[in-house]
Design a protein around this ligand. Structure first.
Ligand SMILES: [Zn+2]
Ligand SMILES: [Zn+2]
Length: 617
């Protein structure tokens, strides 16, 4: 998945032992038929029937996932399940009970060897996790729609679709848009294959290294008739990324794009042989972001969908699955996607270095960077990965993003490995080694191929590739919270980080705030800053500065009138009462970050830089 903005959000670290996916009880495979019926677009209701034959025993349990791989948040998809019923071989009703919020236990004693359950799911969200069925399309993410049969996730199954007449269907399974019957080797693959049914989908394809890359576009904008630029960009990205890693083991990959005006935010979600990319805005206005998202999601073909943490496949869908490795799975994917956009020629060198500088700025402005490590941020993703917040949190002060820090660790590791190997090895060699070692290993579970890695395997692979010991690096920066060391890795490529104060920057008071009608509401207070020292708190509303109301003048503009060190009266409203609080202003925060070429770089520094930026010696 891809983070939508360079904003981090996040939480308080506690430590707990990892929970491993529960083992499925062994039982013989059941013939399973899934039937998806799309008949009530106006009600946003899809009907699902699951038929299991040769059933025996007293009962069988049908389970709705609590989450969907790729989005580390408990969504409880069972919330939208209704009208559950179960019948036996002769269509006779079977008794059932709910064991918990997401498990239906069906009584098999009168079933006659066959059980069919039927339920409806309300689906009206267009994004990478939920599903949407309306008059324009059905966009379906399997975990939000399909129950699994407890103990039978490994069983092969067939899926039949009843879609409105004239609708075309596209998914990682489909050979043609008229197909309606699909085979899935197991439940995990079923829910790892999103499905779009739509009367106006635009489908094209190209070839790269003998693989077929299909591009499906559903746009709600009438002007989006020309997908040429999107296709050209995708072709460059696919070519660039395939050059970085071993050839993937698919024959066909499917991009499913949506361009929609009425969604709150865009999304991208990785799958084994496909991806969902959903943009807010038309193709022209969101082309760059769509391609950037595509570069990220396509690299997940290798990193996280095939090379994966041991916890992420097979999955325990009933509860949180913890891994310390999302900094590699997501953050390093972000870093490599930037590199591939550069190598693909879609970004200039300045854009690439500019984006890395921006990642550094975001990280350096995170108060939580001294509290939360990359591994802790990964582990606690469940608290903040687009999960609904039921109470106020201090994430703005206590957390870092594993996307952001992971991307920086990717950059630093890449440069450091190149530096220690005189430019002969890079982070991509580490990812390739891990891919060979784990993904191309003998199949360890039904969820093959290969097996998942554990966190120590990352350090071991870095050490093996570099012929050097990176233990101290991992202790300090991956599982530790030491300040990130930009200087030496950048210098090894003849580059340097420059940090300065933007001209005209106002004195700092150390808050983040949101404008409101009457002033600005304090959202977070930085510990030790001017606002903290004066006793300003979250949810205080700053009504005026020096009697000048903030209803009409921007706070920063107002602060520019004062010198650092000035004591300035703020009119603050708290629980409906106003008071005056004096703040002693701090110097402006350095907020201009750039990575620049060192003058007088040695030939070796220049060689590493050129190899890094071009992929060629
Ligand atoms: Zn991602
Ligand atoms: Zn659609």
């Amino acid at each position: 998945m891809r983070r939508v903005a360079l904003l981090s959000i996040l939480l308080l670290a506690t430590t707990a032992g990892p929970l491993w996916a529960a083992e499925e009880p062994a039982s013989s495979a059941l013939p399973l038929e899934y039937h998806l019926i799309l008949t009530h677009p106006n009600l946003h209701l899809v009907t699902v029937e699951i038929t299991a034959r040769t059933v025996s025993g007293d009962s069988l349990e049908f389970v709705m996932p609590a989450w969907s791989p790729g989005r580390y948040a408990i969504y409880d998809f069972a919330k939208n399940v209704q009208e559950f019923e179960a019948t036996g071989a002769q269509g006779q009703p079977l008794a059932w009970t709910n064991l918990d919020k997401q498990t239906w236990r069906v009584d098999l004693r009168q079933a006659g060897g066959i059980v069919k359950v039927r339920y409806r799911v309300f689906a009206n969200d267009l994004n990478g996790s939920f599903s949407q069925f309306d008059a324009t399309h059905a966009n379906l993410n399997g975990a939000s729609i399909f129950m699994y049969v407890a103990g039978h996730k490994p069983d092969p199954l067939n899926l039949t679709l009843d879609a409105p007449k004239g609708w075309q269907l596209i998914s990682g399974f489909s050979d043609s848009t008229s197909e309606r019957i699909f085979h899935a080797p197991d439940y995990d693959r079923l829910v790892d294959t999103p499905l779009e049914a739509c009367p106006e989908i635009r489908l094209t394809q190209f070839q790269e290294q003998g693989k077929t890359i299909r591009v499906a576009v559903h746009s709600y904008y009438d002007e989006d008739t020309d997908t040429t630029k999107l296709l050209e960009g995708l072709q460059k990205i696919v070519r660039a990324e395939m050059a970085l890693m071993p050839a993937p083991d698919f024959e066909r990959y499917t991009f499913i794009f949506h361009f929609a005006p009425d969604i709150s935010m865009g999304d991208g979600m990785e799958h084994l042989n496909s991806t969902q990319i959903i943009m807010r805005g038309n193709l022209r206005s969101s082309l760059d972001e769509a391609l950037e998202t595509a570069a990220h999601e396509f690299f997940h073909v290798w990193n996280v969908k095939r090379l994966r943490p041991a916890e992420l496949g097979p999955f325990d869908y009933t509860r949180e699955v913890y891994t310390p490795s999302l900094w590699l799975a997501e953050g390093v994917t972000t870093y490599v996607s930037y590199l591939s956009l550069l190598r693909a020629g879609l970004w200039t060198r300045e854009q690439f270095l500019g984006r890395l500088s921006e990642e550094i700025r975001v990280f350096e402005e995170e108060p939580g960077r001294a509290q939360m490590s990359a591994e802790d941020s990964s582990f606690h993703a469940w608290f903040y990965d687009r999960s609904p917040q039921m109470q106020e949190t201090n994430f703005a002060n206590s957390t870092v993003s594993y996307y952001n820090k992971g991307a920086l660790l990717g950059m630093l590791l890449d440069l450091e490995i190149q530096s220690r190997t005189q430019g002969t090895k890079s982070l991509l060699d580490v990812l390739s080694l891990l891919y060979h070692k784990f993904y191309e290993a003998p199949q360890a579970t039904y969820y093959g191929p290969g097996r998942g890695y554990d966190e120590p395997a990352i350090l071991a692979a870095v050490n093996e590739v570099s012929g050097s010991d990176f233990t101290a690096f991992f202790d300090s920066y991956v599982r530790g919270t030491a300040p990130l060391p930009y200087g030496n890795p950048l210098a090894s490529a003849g580059l340097a980080l420059r940090v300065s104060v933007r001209e005209g920057a106002p004195p700092s008071i150390g808050i983040t705030a949101q404008p409101e009608d009457r002033g600005v509401r304090v959202f977070a207070v930085r510990q030790g800053g001017a606002a903290d020292r004066a006793g300003l708190g979250r949810d205080d509303i700053v009504i005026a500065v020096d009697d000048q109301p903030l209803a009409t003048v921007d706070l920063n503009k107002r602060l520019r009138a004062y010198l650092p060190g000035s004591s300035v009266p703020f009119t603050v409203e708290r629980h409906g009462r106003q008071e005056i609080i004096y703040l002693t202003l701090d110097p402006p925060t350095p907020n201009l970050y750039s990575i620049q070429e060192l003058s007088g770089a040695t030939p070796q520094q220049t060689a590493i830089r050129n190899r890094w930026l071009t992929g060629r010696n």
